[in-house]
Each structure stands twice: as structure tokens, then as C-alpha cells.
Write a protein that binds this ligand. Structure first.
Ligand SMILES: Cc1cc2nc3c(=O)[nH]c(=O)nc-3n(C[C@H](O)[C@H](O)[C@H](O)COP(=O)(O)OP(=O)(O)OC[C@H]3O[C@@H](n4cnc5c(N)ncnc54)[C@H](O)[C@@H]3O)c2cc1C
Length: 665
């Protein structure tokens, strides 16, 4: 099948406007006759459901949690990008577009990203109108901070709880429509298959997780907004329930899956503490605005710290290696996530990791305490403040910005990060891969859409911070509501789709049989036993550092593990009650298939991109030789110059990157 991205013709800056002027529309009266299923009510699905219902469509929304408010989007801490240029520091739609494409190692679809940058400013207005309490500066204006890989401050935030506040906004918008009857909300329902009738997505099979009942739901279109699949690694920063099932089911029914192996490894997570951990915790990237990353310069200090004979605070400035500031002076600690993660791994692999496992670097706020403290002393006219006073004043400012993150760190690690530097290490965080979509956000199954983290299009091989919330809300509030109308315009006379068809019958049968298998298979190992084993293969052989031999072994190991799973998995309880293990069994079964595809994808990509590098690219002196393939949209769009090479000479030189240009198709 030839993939057609359906990207409109014309200059990139005009594509979205021209497209909107030309697409088919559905008039308000006809929208009342059209049903849309939205699977997932995180930021992407929640905003899409609310907007589609506001437009007049009948929406059926599904979530496996007990409320849309509990979607994984709630965990987002740091912020959301928008090209508002409120700081007057040179931001623009073009700059946000450029940063995002570059940040993704030139593997994003440029037209989608340009559109994303264009609508980013509307998102902030929409959310402010909903009452989202974004942080404000002293004068009451919306505040911004900076995130990795950019040279401007364009990130809007609500302390360290931006996702939660945005989700409450989307949820309020949904609730208005639930109250009007325009959204029928199915909480605690899990989609287990998509139903294709006449070549089009016309419904889903869902399981009521409380009663175990299997249900058929029909619609004129199905939107997958089911989030990311980082939990394929078992340990990740994702919510424990995050899974690939909805995306995988549509893939198995014919939707293409793109870039499965592109995983974001976030540099700022609390290091793993042992083998019995089931979750990793993110410390927001926003902390890199004020925290400096370092390891000791000398091995004797590393060893003394590990043995508890020295404290990091005892090391002088000269004894510290602020390796990001040393290597990348232009971006310093705010290099993109992939660069920061690789650098932390490189220092740890070289033996400079500072905790017992040797997998940790410091994130230190001492310099910020001093900087902010001195400023506060001046503001409050405190003459000759002591060092302790300066530190205390500075800590208050840091607390106001990131207090909940510091508290979370202390609760988990049992160390006070105001007094000793935090320890951090890279961890699996986000999946850039996902269901392939065209410019309309439609998958290769007609009438089946994928939005938010579930799709693949906007972040290439590495997502820049604060851009997932932007994408989810752009898709849901401002893109899908237009593009879906173009498709649904053909359905105004179709009428209600019946669920009494052979296609629904067959899909329901398949789902029921699988559930019966899990309940009746009296195996010996728990679902988690398989999930953990899969996660270990994934992290060891398909993680940040990959080689052909390891990936080939991973493919064999995952395939053998899958076989074992289908023979020996044990699921306690029954299918007619709330049974978390049963739900998880289905999700792990899908991870076991995805994992193999993931490794195959990584094997055939002989490239180093994003957070991953192929060890075959290792040069004699131990540096990774990364190969970048540039996809210049056109000379006009990049103003005729290979900007990346100019802007990032220092990175290219340091990392020994070979630059290959390829033309854009
Ligand atoms: C700790 C953490 C912090 C982050 N911080 C930031 C940040 O500061 N800025 C930023 O831009 N991004 C951040 N991200 C990324 C961002 O939060 C996510 O990418 C984004 O929220 C995903 O939104 P979504 O709507 O696509 O999916 P989700 O919020 O994951 O929602 C998925 C929805 O799908 C439903 N679902 C899934 N499968 C099924 C099924 N089979 N049947 C029925 N329903 C289903 C779920 O119930 C849920 O409602 C962070 C991520 C993490 C892990």
C-alpha cells in the first residue's frame, strides 16, 4: 500500500489556511445525525470530545479510568509551549516550528508541525478562557519559562501541575456537553477491538471493566486518543495503566504503525533504586531552568561519594564537571532531552555515576539559591545579608516555582533536595512512534483517526519538552474538529450504524474468546512476571544504546517469551467482576507483539537518532558517530540555508555527527 500523507500543496505557511478554506463542511443540522466514538479522554481525547460535541456531533467517549480526570495527562508537570512571544525574546510561529522539527532530529512531518506551531497560541487563549490557572508574573501577566532545545521562553505552566490544570479545563468543557447529552461518557470501559464495516471504521467492542460485560458501540467515525506505550519497558514514568491496546488493535485491523522504536528517554528522572520497583518518577525538565547538572571531575571523589565518605556539597567548583555547560555552551543545561540523556549515560558509563548503581548524575540548585537570594536581598533592601540568609531567600523563590517537585523528590528518595543536590538518571518517558496518520489525522483505515500521543506525526525521533500537551490539545481543540468534517460530509445520509452485523458479531467473538482463554488458562506465572521480563529485554537491548546483534537477540527472546505467555500465564478471578489482572493480561499480550515489532524497526534503522544510538557508529575513541539525515522542506522554507549545521556546529563537532542531506518527499 502506498502511503499518502495528503499534505496540501503550497507554501508551508499557507497550507492549513488554504486547506480549511477548501474542505467539505457538515451543516449544524446534519451534525446532529452523526455519531463519533472517541477512545480516550486525556488531553487529546477530552478536548476532541468536548469540541466535537460543541460543534453538534453525538459523541461517545471511553476511558478505562473512573473519570476523565484520571487520564495520564494529569501527570504532566512542566508546561505547554505556545509561540505567543510574550517575553519579546524573538519567538515566532516559524521558530517554534523550526525548533520542533530540529528537536525531532528532522524526522517529524513538517506540515503538521507548522500547523501545530500556528494553532499553539489559540490553545493558551482557549485554556485561559476555561479558567486554567497558568502562572502569572508580578504584574498579573502570563509567565513563561524555558525548556530544553530552545533559546526562548515560550512554556506556559501552572506550577508543577500543568497537565492536571489543563485536564480540568478540558474536563469542564466535556462536562458541559455530558450534561447536555451530547457526550455519552463510558468510564471504566476498555476498547478491545475496532469494527470495520465496508472498509470503514464503524464502531468498537468495549468491555465494561466493572461488570465484565462485552458491549458493541457503533459510530460514523472512531478516534483513537489512547496515549503512549512507554510501559512496554515495564519501568517508565508513565501511569501504570498506560498501554498500546487501542492503537495495536487498529493496527491489527489494517492501520499502519509508524516509528515504533522511537522512544523518548527523559534525562531528569529519579534513578532506579532496585529490582522490586514498578514505576519510575519524573522530575520535570523545567528544573533544568535553574538546576545545574554535574558529576565529579575526579574518580577518587566519585568513589568517596559512593562510599559515603564525602558529600557532594563538599566538592569545590573546580572539582565538578558541569559537562553539559562544558560541551554545549550555547544551550548549557537546557540542551534537548536526547542530548542530555546520552550525555548522562556517557558520563555514567565512563564510571562517573554518583549513586550505588553508578547510574546517577547530580542536578544542583545551589547556584540558583544564591542568584535568587542576592536578587531578593536587593529587592527587600537587606544590607550585608549572610550566606545563610541569601540561601534561605533564594530557596523561597525556588520553592514557589517547583515546591511540589522538591517535596515529591524528598518523599521518594528521603533526602532534602534543598540541602543536597538531587540525583537524576534518564528513563523511558514518551513514545514518538504510534499509529500512522495523514495530514487529516486519519489512519490508513478510512474513518479511523489517531490523535495525541497515540499517533506518530509531530515529534520525529525526539520530542521537545512541553510539546506533547501542545500537540494533544492542538489535535483535539483545533485540528481534528475541522479535518473530521471533511470525511463525515459523505455520511450525512448514512443514518445510524447497526451493531447487528456480521462484522460486529465476529469482532465480539474474538474478544470474548481471548478473555475466556485468560480466565481458563491455569498457568504458573503472573502477568507481571511476563511484563517485567519483557521490560528488561526492551531496556537492555532496545534502549538508549542499540546494536544489531542485541536487537536480533531481543527479537528471538521476545518471540519465545510470547510463546511462553500464551502457554503459562495465570489470571486469577473471573471475567464477570472487576478484575485488574485480566485487563492487564490483554495489555501485556499486546505489548509482547508490539515489543517484537519495536525491535525489528530498530534493527532495520541503521541510524542514530533521538535518544538512541547504534553502537556500530562508535568511533575508535569511543564517541558515538551519529548520522543525521536532513529533510529540508525546500530551500524557500528554510530560507535557503542549512541552518542546523550553522546553529549547531558545536554539537555536530562534539558528537562526531556525519551530516547527510536527503531531499524531501
Ligand atoms: C510524568 C510525565 C510528565 C509529563 N510532563 C509533560 C509536560 O510537562 N509537558 C508536556 O507537553 N508533556 C508532558 N508529558 C507528556 C504528556 O503528559 C502526554 O504525552 C500527554 O498527556 C498524553 O495525552 P493523551 O491525551 O494523548 O493521552 P493520555 O492522557 O494518556 O490519555 C489516554 C486516554 O486513553 C484512555 N485509554 C487508553 N487505552 C484505552 C482503551 N483501550 N480503551 C478505553 N480507553 C483507553 C485512557 O483511559 C485515557 O483516558 C509528561 C508525561 C509524563 C509521563
Amino acid at each position: 500500500m502506498a502511503l499518502d500523507s495528503k499534505v496540501p500543496k503550497g507554501p508551508i505557511k499557507d497550507k492549513w489556511t488554504d486547506y480549511k478554506n477548501q474542505i467539505n463542511l457538515v451543516n449544524p443540522a446534519n451534525k446532529r445525525n452523526i455519531d463519533v466514538i472517541v477512545v480516550g479522554t486525556g488531553l487529546a481525547g477530552g478536548s476532541a470530545s468536548a469540541t466535537l460535541a460543541e460543534l453538534g456531533y453525538n459523541v461517545k467517549a471511553f476511558a478505562y479510568q473512573d473519570s476523565p480526570r484520571r487520564a495520564h495527562s494529569i501527570a504532566a508537570q512542566g508546561g505547554i509551549n505556545a509561540a505567543k512571544n510574550y517575553q519579546g525574546d524573538g519567538d515566532s510561529t516559524y521558530r517554534l516550528f523550526y525548533d520542533t522539527v530540529k528537536g525531532g532530529d528532522y524526522r517529524s512531518r513538517e506540515s503538521n508541525v507548522y500547523r501545530l506551531a500556528e494553532v499553539s497560541a489559540n490553545i493558551i487563549d482557549q485554556c485561559v478562557a476555561q479558567g486554567v490557572p497558568f502562572a502569572r508574573d508580578y504584574g498579573g501577566l502570563l509567565d513563561n519559562r524555558s525548556f530544553g532545545g530552545v533559546l526562548v521562553s515560550r512554556t506556559f505552566y501552572a506550577k508543577g501541575q500543568t497537565g492536571q490544570q489543563l485536564l480540568l479545563g478540558a474536563y469542564s468543557a466535556m462536562n458541559r456537553q455530558i450534561a447536555r447529552g451530547k457526550i455519552e461518557m463510558f468510564n471504566r470501559h476498555e476498547m478491545l477491538d475496532v469494527v470495520i464495516v465496508g472498509g470503514k471504521a464503524r464502531g468498537i467492542i468495549a468491555r465494561n471493566l466493572v461488570t465484565g460485560e462485552i458491549e458493541r458501540h457503533s459510530a460514523h467515525a472512531v478516534v483513537i486518543a489512547s496515549g503512549g506505550y512507554g510501559n512496554v519497558y515495564f519501568l517508565s514514568t508513565n501511569a501504570m495503566g498506560s498501554n498500546v491496546t487501542a492503537g495495536w488493535k487498529v493496527h491489527k485491523k489494517g492501520a499502519y504503525f509508524a516509528n515504533p522504536c522511537y522512544t523518548q528517554i527523559h534525562p531528569t528522572c529519579i534513578p532506579r533504586s532496585g529490582d522490586y520497583q514498578s514505576k519510575l518518577t519524573l522530575m520535570s525538565e523545567s528544573l533544568r531552568n535553574d538546576g545545574r547538572i554535574w558529576v565529579p571531575k575526579h574518580m577518587e571523589d566519585v568513589l568517596a561519594i559512593r562510599e559515603g565518605k564525602k558529600k557532594p556539597t563538599e566538592l569545590t567548583e573546580e572539582q565538578r564537571d558541569y559537562y553539559l555547560e562544558r560541551r554545549y555552551p550555547a544551550f548549557g543545561n537546557l540542551v534537548p532531552r536526547d542530548v542530555a540523556s546520552r550525555a548522562a549515560k556517557e558520563r555514567s558509563d565512563a564510571g562517573y555515576g554518583v549513586n550505588a548503581t553508578g547510574e546517577a548524575v547530580y542536578l544542583d540548585f545551589a547556584a540558583s539559591f544564591e542568584r535568587y537570594g542576592k536578587e531578593q536581598a536587593k529587592i527587600h533592601n537587606i544590607q550585608n545579608p549572610s550566606e545563610a540568609k541569601i540561601k534561605a531567600l533564594g530557596q523561597e523563590i525556588v520553592k514557589a516555582k517547583y515546591g511540589n517537585l522538591f517535596q515529591m523528590y524528598e518523599k521518594i528518595v528521603d533526602e532534602n533536595p534543598y540541602e543536597t543536590p538531587m540525583m537524576i538518571y534518564p528513563a523511558v518517558h514518551y513514545t514518538m512512534g504510534g499509529v500512522w496518520v495523514d495530514y487529516n489525522l486519519m489512519t490508513t483505515i478510512p474513518g479511523c483517526y489517531a490523535i495525541g500521543e497515540a499517533n506518530f506525526s509531530d515529534h520525529g525521533a525526539n520530542r521537545l519538552g512541553a510539546s506533547a500537551l501542545m500537540q494533544g490539545l492542538a489535535d483535539g481543540y483545533f485540528v481534528l474538529p475541522y479535518t473530521i468534517g471533511d470525511y463525515l460530509a459523505d455520511d450525512i445520509r448514512t443514518g445510524t450504524i447497526s451493531t447487528e452485523s456480521p462484522e460486529f458479531e465476529a469482532a465480539e467473538k474474538e474478544v470474548t474468546e481471548r478473555i475466556e482463554f485468560f480466565i481458563n488458562n491455569e498457568g504458573t506465572h503472573s502477568v507481571d512476571y511476563y511484563h517485567k521480563k519483557l521490560g528488561k529485554i526492551m531496556w537492555d537491548k532496545c534502549g538508549m544504546s542499540r546494536n544489531a546483534e542485541g536487537l536480533e537477540t531481543a527479537i528471538e527472546e521476545i518471540s519465545a517469551l510470547r510463546k511462553d505467555f500464551w502457554q503459562n500465564v495465570n489470571v486469577p478471578g473471573t471475567s464477570t467482576e472487576y478484575n485488574e489482572q485480566l485487563a492487564k493480561a490483554g495489555r501485556v499480550a499486546d505489548f509482547l507483539e508490539l515489543g517484537e515489532l519495536f525491535a525489528k524497526d530498530a534493527l532495520v534503522r541503521e541510524e542514530s537518532a533521538g535518544g538512541h544510538f547504534r553502537e556500530e557508529h562508535q568511533t575508535e575513541d569511543g564517541e558515538a558517530k551519529r548520522i543525521k539525515e536532513f529533510q529540508f522542506v525546500s530551500a524557500w522554507e528554510y530560507k535557503g540555508e542549512p541552518k542546523d549545521a550553522v546553529l549547531h556546529k558545536e554539537e555536530l563537532a562534539y558528537e562526531n555527527i556525519e551530516v547527510k542531506e536527503r531531499s524531501y518527499k
